[in-house]
Ligand binder design. Structure first.
Ligand SMILES: C[S@@+](CC[C@H](N)C(=O)[O-])C[C@H]1O[C@@H](n2cnc3c(N)ncnc32)[C@H](O)[C@@H]1O
Length: 270
């Protein structure tokens, strides 16, 4: 099996605050959509739920409120940024190498991790998650379609902003694929989940963000965490700095990457 090469896993200690900002920005951007999805789908009050790679998201807390008589376990390899909730069991756990913390879940949620894993790890993890679903259980996989190149809706200088975003798109894409990330996975998750016997429905979501808001703080913080990788991939230090300055500008308006929420239901009986 390939060694894990999670792009944000081996970054310098001085990028820790940018890493925390990145996880907070993801939560700010995506939690409202993920929560709407969960409430629309609905779960039993006694459901057993697992949130894999929870980061700083509130998904586990939302599930704990919905499954008032159930159980919620949330995992991550790094618990420092994770929010605490009295009804959520938070477990330090590597989804690639550790056995699952339990068995038989009615709902599993995993957002923005699988694409980061090399293909063999990704398919092994997906298969293990499907195997541990109860009959009729749900696996929710949420991922981005990376479209930074076409993000800019309005900017102090549109051509300059488009060039910076295109340069970032190119360098970030190179850094991601070098780490084993599959930029097409956001879409291909649907096919992979169907192939494992789930009935899958996919819903898309995007939003509009102004400079300094969560959807802009995400690339701002990301570019801080992986500054060296972006430079190696050909983005100049001046462009990285100009890109980050622009992301805080009040006259910048962008659309977020499309996020796809794939909801897969296991057969009710085998
Ligand atoms: C891009 S962040 C997404 C966080 C959260 N799911 C969200 O959408 O807001 C990826 C998360 O996966 C965690 N992670 C990375 N490799 C992991 C692994 N092998 N097992 C479990 N968690 C992992 C990271 O610590 C980080 O919190």
């Amino acid at each position: 099996m390939t060694t894990s090469t999670y792009l944000f896993g081996d970054t310098p200690p001085d990028t820790r605050s940018d890493n925390a900002m990145m996880l907070d920005a993801l939560a700010g951007m995506l939690d409202p959509f993920s929560r709407r999805q969960l409430r629309r789908i609905g779960i039993r009050p006694d459901a057993r739920c697992l949130v894999v790679a929870v980061g700083a998201s509130c998904i586990a807390a939302t599930l704990a409120e919905m499954a008032a008589h159930g159980e919620v376990t949330a995992t991550d390899i790094d618990l420092a940024p994770c929010r605490r909730h009295p009804r959520v069991r938070l477990v330090r756990h590597n989804i690639v190498t550790d056995p699952l913390p339990d068995d038989g879940f009615d709902l599993i949620h995993i957002r923005l991790l699988l694409a980061h894993l090399p293909a063999d790890q990704r398919s092994a993890v997906l298969a293990r998650l499907v195997d541990t679903l109860t009959p009729g259980g749900l696996l929710i996989v949420e991922e981005f379609e990376p479209t930074w190149r076409t993000s800019v809706l309005s900017a102090p200088n549109l051509d300059h902003a488009d060039r910076l975003f295109a340069t970032y798109h190119q360098a970030f894409g190179t850094a991601l694929t070098t780490s084993g990330n599959d930029p097409a996975w956001g879409r291909r998750a649907h096919h992979a989940m169907r192939g494992l016997g789930l009935h899958v429905e996919t819903t898309g979501h995007t939003g509009t963000w102004t400079g300094g808001q969560a959807g802009c703080l995400l690339p701002y913080a990301t570019a801080g965490v992986i500054r060296d990788r972006l430079a190696t991939a050909g983005m100049t230090v001046d462009d990285i700095d100009a890109f980050r300055d622009l992301l805080l500008h009040p006259d910048l308006v962008v659309k977020g990457n499309l996020v796809l929420s794939h909801v897969g239901r296991a057969p009710t009986s085998s």
